[in-house]
Design a binder for this molecule. Structure first.
Ligand code: DGJ
Length: 702
């Protein structure tokens, strides 16, 4: 039993190493009284006095599980409802619990309105993760408007916490920023219609771990929202001496009317605690994602080495040229050949074609068959790019259905990358897309789809809804996208789906629930990528992180040697995006060698445990280690040598102390014990600019 109750007062969510304790006192307010290392004797928590300081109003001072706006509380709430008569607070008249093996529901009923909130909890004992979400039910007849319905609320006692989130933009995703929350509040959010590149729908809170210890020491509390739309996370230092955290669907421009008898379910948050620093947080969440979140078919299988045409041919896709790429890709050891943007009717540039998901007969006179047969014939699988939620004004779809987009009728419609957003809240739009894409997948030998989304949302109006309902469209859009991907997955269970939104615009646990892999950034510069990948890996598994080698490292105009670039891409799920038709045979041979090496360590990299040993953010080198069954792979990167000092010493982690490991370093075979490698470490010589090493440690007699 991982959920335990005591005397209708104490409820404990027990994982292997942690306890999350909720108390429901005489005031009928569920409050979190403890979240930390596991405590078995839960009755110790019973009968404690409320922590409210003298002269302070109680609810405000409690670490409430579900503070609803109103009453004597002035901290951030996780819910705000408006009853039909204008009353805007929710007062609990009755509270009761329903428990099962690993589930708890605390049901809070309003004292006079027919309305209740179900606070739902599920425990993943092995993975040390708790799931929190909530369902609100209008059990009466009059409508109730939900103005805020976050998924969860957390409270941590005391002060002095730091909050870590990401500051990003296109091409610069996942820049980790950790700030002290001493007073006031910090808001991380998106109202872009999707998660977007700026912040991430998570919270990571710690007690100001000092570098370099933060990686594998210290207490961290963390949570991640299973949602791919507008979100808000608020981390607030409450004057009553605790940290208040709320997370859920963004309430900016949100309102949802619950008619009589209707309910609303807010998406789940997966949360945990560790005293083992960010490293242990990553291990727990990576494991959890693979076991419980990712689509089950592929979650435990390594991803194929992929070739993607985007950086080689962009929109200028021609059948013969693609077949030439196919032949060269196969010789490198590529297993999945993907034609990115540019394959469908009218897609000569980014101003036309989106919405018309039919093969362009000018580019492919005999359809895709000659290409897919060439791919299959060489033992690879075939994939295509799509961007289903979008339409260009220059398209057949838009000419036929100009009313299928979000728009204010009185204003000119705004464009981003020359495209409009399809109104996914409308059934006819979803059905058109489902049918069109189903036909594409059924009529062609396609086993992979890259699902892109290249603009932010703006004027959310339409949906066949009255104007007062338009604020619900952001969420309806997200539900529409979920419906479409779920429908396609059900019909085509063997197809592998990759998510992408102009790079990292839709990295979240909501996308992970439905997609097998992710493209974290359009920035393929091998050095920039090290930083993006390092921070991405805090909560997202390596298995879910595509990384490619490309020719033009684009963003920074750097000249980086192939070895460094390959090593950087081999730190994730490897892909190749170089223009092989214009790459010398010598370079292709070299790439082939790296692909072979990658396949040898792929299980370890994609499915093993990740250790971020050193970061260029606070060290001269970047060093990433992966530990799998009987093998460990260690990547070391030097961007530039400092003051003529080429010697580096790295101590490894996660090995077995007693075991012996064999590896080759600078052409010398070396055997060392795990204890030696983890305590004394390995000495390495890296010099000049952009030097890198890959050490593959094989456990002897594993
Ligand atoms: C943005 C993606 O991030 C790129 O990888 C590529 O697919 C382009 N869109 C295609 O338009």
């Amino acid at each position: 039993m991982s959920v335990k109750g005591y005397e209708n007062e104490i409820y404990a969510l027990q994982t292997r190493h942690t306890s999350y304790i909720i108390r429901v006192g005489e005031d009928r307010i569920p409050e979190n009284v403890y979240w930390g290392k596991r405590i078995d004797r839960i009755e110790d928590f019973a009968g404690e006095a409320s922590p409210a300081p003298v002269n302070m109003q109680a609810p405000h001072c409690l670490r409430e599980e579900c503070a609803s706006f109103g009453g004597m509380r002035f901290k951030e709430s996780s819910m705000k409802v408006c009853f039909a008569d204008g009353v805007r607070d929710f007062r609990v008249g009755r509270v009761y619990a329903e428990t099962e093996e690993n589930r708890l529901e605390l049901v809070l009923e309003d004292e006079c309105y027919p309305f209740r909130v179900r606070l739902c909890y599920e425990v993943f004992e092995e993975e040390d993760v708790i799931k929190k979400w909530r369902i609100v039910e209008n059990t009466g007849e009059a409508p109730v408007v939900l103005e805020r319905i976050f998924s969860a609320q957390f409270g941590l006692p005391g002060t002095g916490y730091e909050s870590l989130n990401y500051n990003g933009r296109w091409g610069m995703e996942f820049q980790a920023v950790s700030e002290k929350i001493t007073s006031g509040k910090k808001v991380y959010e998106s109202f872009h219609g999707l998660t977007a590149h700026g912040n991430n729908p998570v919270f990571i809170v710690h007690k100001g771990l000092e570098e370099p210890f933060r990686e594998n020491q210290g207490e961290v509390w963390f949570g991640s929202l299973e949602y791919s739309g507008n979100f808000k996370t608020i981390v607030e230092a409450v004057d009553a001496g605790f940290l208040n955290i709320v997370i859920g669907i963004n309430d900016t421009d949100f309102a949802w009317t619950l008619k009589g008898g209707e309910s609303f379910e807010a998406p789940a948050v997966y949360a945990g605690y560790t005293d083992g620093g960010l490293e242990d947080m990553s291990h727990r969440m990576h494991r959890f994602c693979r076991r419980h979140l990712m689509p089950s078919g592929l979650a435990d299988k390594p991803l194929p080495v992929l070739y993607n045409s985007w950086y080689s041919t962009t929109f200028d896709v021609k059948c013969e040229e693609q077949i030439a790429l196919v032949e060269k890709a196969a010789r490198l050891g590529v297993e999945l050949f993907v034609v990115d943007d540019g394959w469908f009717v009218g897609r000569e540039h980014d101003r036309a074609g989106l919405g018309d998901w039919y093969v362009d007969r000018k580019k492919f006179p005999q359809g895709l068959k000659p290409l897919t047969e060439a791919v299959r014939g060489l033992g690879m699988r075939f994939g295509l790019w799509i961007e289903p939620e979008m339409v260009n004004p220059e398209s057949r779809l838009y000419r036929l259905h100009p009313d299928w987009i979000y728009r204010y009728q009185t204003r000119e419609v705004l464009m981003g990358r020359n495209q409009y957003i399809l109104d996914m809240s409308r059934q006819e739009v979803r059905e058109y897309l489902a049918e069109c894409l189903d036909t594409l997948l059924s009529e062609n030998d396609i086993s992979y789809i890259k699902w892109d989304m290249n603009r932010y949302a703006s004027e959310m109006a339409g949906g066949g809804l009255p104007a007062q309902e338009w604020k619900s469209l952001w969420h309806r859009h997200s539900l529409g996208v979920q419906w479409l991907i779920n429908t396609l997955r059900e019909k085509h269970p063997k197809v592998e789906f990759e998510a992408c939104a102009a790079g990292g615009g839709r990295v979240d646990y909501g996308a992970m629930r439905r997609f097998d892999e992710y493209w974290p950034s359009d920035n393929t510069d091998p050095l920039d990528r090290l930083f993006i990948q390092e921070n991405y890996s805090h909560l997202y598994p390596v298995r879910y992180m595509r990384a490619w080698l490309t020719d033009d490292f684009g963003m920074d105009g750097r000249k980086i040697p192939l070895s460094f670039a390959m090593h950087s891409a081999m730190c994730g799920s490897l892909g190749i995006g170089t223009d092989l038709n214009r790459t010398s045979e010598e370079k292709r041979e070299e790439i082939k060698g790296y692909v072979e090496t990658y396949k040898h360590i792929r299980n370890t990299v994609q499915l093993g445990e990740l250790y971020r040993l050193r970061s260029l953010k606070n060290s001269d080198i970047q060093c990433v280690q992966y530990v799998g069954d009987g093998q460990s792979a260690v990547f070391v990167f030097l961007d530039h040598e400092r003051y003529g000092d080429p010697l580096q010493r790295i101590t490894l982690r996660g090995l077995k102390e007693e075991s012996l490991y064999r590896f080759v370093l600078d052409d010398r075979e070396i055997v060392k014990s795990g204890a030696y490698l983890m305590q004394a470490g390995i000495g390495l010589r890296l010099c000049g600019d952009y030097d890198s090493r890959l050490l593959i440690l094989e456990e002897i007699n594993a």
